[in-house]
Unconditional design. Structure first.
Length: 452
């Protein structure tokens, strides 16, 4: 353990000290006895990850800060209990693995794979209530809190869902670990990749060359060095927005070996844009856990707000501790990002900069769908690389909303999905995701952009 990290006593913090602060985006539980019973049960269940995995990820993120690794973080906007199925989990894993191989091959750099899954069940909402036909009910806040159906029963925040969310996270995690251990990520078989999409893509030739290239270089290395077992196994880490603080508190455990507290429901929790106030409950909770953590940074954040946040969350400037995920929107990034990069650079503080090109580019169509245009997502990413290069800072990763399914939620991409296509397979309960083809195409474009 690093000598510089403050002890728990010095922190003056407990897993429940967030309750003394203003907690935004929390449900209102009516029956506190029922809530406390669920929290007590949750706090006795075994953890989903271990502290040594968490610290290994922190070390890897420290290397990404130094430009030695690239972070690929992605998954659904919101997981749902109904989507905790074999095909959905394995297809999501597959697209993330395939994207990571495109990046490894193209960037000539190890890629750190982090899923937005096994716990991504709570969502911030713009309004506490929703009204339909004169009836007002609590908003749907994610499966860990209430149900999406518009009935009083479904929308009631139900403490039993805390236990169900933990169980579904564990099922997801178990399956992902089994797939990876079982050779799902075996690089010897790149021909298993679904290549149908390239027929539609201007990047088809590049993509075919790359798939062949991965196979060839692997065979070449094995001729020289014998079987490379490491290539059949890949590390995979999990992350989610740690929004529902009662849940996070109950999965926070003291690990005596490391003299500290860890959130052991996920490797890499993050604070969403709407709950990142310096004096708020989320920052209070996060400052006390030893996990690597991330904060979403939107266009309204000023250097005067960002620097104290860095101080609060990483007072000792610990390597790998803090990732800042900027999500400005393609139209605003050129104006909003440079002052933040300059200010942080000036302090000499260590952060990992990551681009989320999704959340600043959400729009509604005339036929009522929430969507994002592939070209705007791409433009924000392209600009992010250029802005970091000009500032002398390093863009060390991307954060994406995607699925392995053939959905039609984002417009554009190789098949140039239009507004009319959205109704065909729009399945997201919350934000629109890149589909399988659009995700792989974006990975190819990242490689092109980086010019390696
Ligand atoms: C999200 O990641 O789904 C989200 C709500 O993002 P943000 O906090 O950046 O708005
Ligand atoms: Mn989202």
């Amino acid at each position: 353990m690093s000598q510089t990290v403050r002890s728990v006593e010095q922190l003056n913090w407990t897993p429940t000290s967030w309750q003394q602060h203003v907690a935004l985006q929390q449900p209102h539980y009516e029956d506190l006895t029922e809530l406390n019973r669920a929290l007590s049960e949750l706090s006795h269940l075994p953890p989903l990850v271990t502290s040594w995995e968490v610290l290994a990820l922190k070390q890897a993120l420290a290397e990404a800060q130094e430009g030695q690794r690239f972070l690929l973080q992605g998954g659904d906007c919101a997981e749902s209990f109904a989507d905790c199925t074999s095909p959905i989990i394995s297809n999501r894993l597959k697209v993330l693995l395939q994207m990571s191989l495109v990046l490894v091959h193209g960037l000539k750099q190890p890629v750190l794979r982090v899923g937005r899954f096994a716990g991504q069940y709570a969502k911030p909402r713009s309004a506490d209530t929703e009204t339909r036909d004169g009836i007002t009910l609590p908003s749907f806040r994610g499966d860990v809190i209430n149900g999406p159906e518009f009935t009083a029963e479904a929308r009631r925040p139900d403490p039993q869902r805390l236990i169900r969310a933990h169980a579904h996270s564990a099922l997801t995690m178990n399956f992902v670990r089994a797939l990876i251990d079982g050779g799902f990520a075996d690089l010897h078989h790149p021909e298993y990749w679904d290549l149908a999409w390239v027929e539609h893509s201007p990047l088809a030739a590049d993509y075919r060359r790359m798939v062949t290239g991965i196979g060839d270089s692997l065979r070449f290395m094995e001729t020289l060095a014998g079987p490379i077992a490491g290539f059949t196994r890949v590390d995979f880490f999990t992350s989610h927005e740690a929004l529902l603080l009662h849940y996070e508190q109950a999965v926070t455990r003291q690990v005596p070996r490391h003299r500290g507290w860890f959130n052991l429901s996920t490797h890499f929790p993050w604070i969403g844009m709407r709950t990142a106030a310096l004096d708020g409950a989320h920052v209070e909770y996060f400052r006390g856990i030893r996990n690597p953590i991330a904060v979403k940074v939107g266009p309204s954040v000023t250097p005067e707000q960002l620097l104290p946040l860095i101080d609060a969350l990483n007072p000792e400037d610990e390597p790998g501790r803090l990732t800042l995920i900027h999500r400005m929107g393609h139209a605003q990034i050129a104006e909003k990002l440079p002052p933040l990069l300059d200010a942080v650079k000036h302090t000499g503080r260590r952060v990992l900069w990551v681009a989320d090109p999704m959340h600043g580019n959400t729009e509604s169509t005339s036929n009522g769908y929430k969507t994002r245009r592939f070209d705007n997502i791409r433009s924000e990413l392209d600009q992010a690389f250029d802005i970091h290069a000009a500032a002398g800072t390093h863009l060390g990763g991307v954060h994406l909303e995607l699925t392995g399914e053939d959905v039609t939620e984002c417009m554009g991409g190789a098949r140039d999905l239009s507004e009319a296509d959205l109704q065909r397979a729009y399945k997201s309960m919350v934000d629109p995701r890149l589909n399988y083809e659009q995700s792989l195409e974006l990975a190819m474009l990242i490689v092109r952009k980086s010019g390696r």
